[in-house]
Design a protein. Structure first.
Length: 108
């Protein structure tokens, strides 16, 4: 899952003031879908939001390397600030809970 903000005098501020060209936001979604597709993934959900974040994206990507590459590419433009949250299925959490580890708390 990715949350993002359009910084400073970004496009959403223009939209809020009525100065953004109509249809601009479908173009943003199309560009995002193209990026995700180029990484071997698929956009599952894309929503604009109220509050701190301007939009939320849920994408299915082959792995964390591809997720990081997409976030780096989008953030490098300066057009968005991307925050990635890795989503885990209940089955993945069950597998993680069964994984043996060699961790011991410091001082224990």
């Amino acid at each position: 899952m990715r949350r993002a903000q359009v910084p400073g005098d970004g496009q959403l501020q223009r939209c809020r003031s009525g100065r953004a060209p109509q249809g601009r936001w479908n173009g943003r979604r199309a560009a995002t879908e193209q990026l995700i597709s180029s990484l071997g993934g698929k956009v599952e959900a894309y929503y604009f939001t109220f509050g701190k974040d301007d939009f939320v994206l849920i994408a299915d990507l082959p792995g964390n390397v591809q997720a990081a590459a997409g976030a780096l590419a989008a953030s490098a433009t300066g057009a968005v600030n991307v925050h990635t949250t890795v989503l885990l299925t209940p089955e993945e959490i069950d597998a993680a809970a069964k994984q043996s580890t060699a961790y011991r708390a410091p001082g224990a």
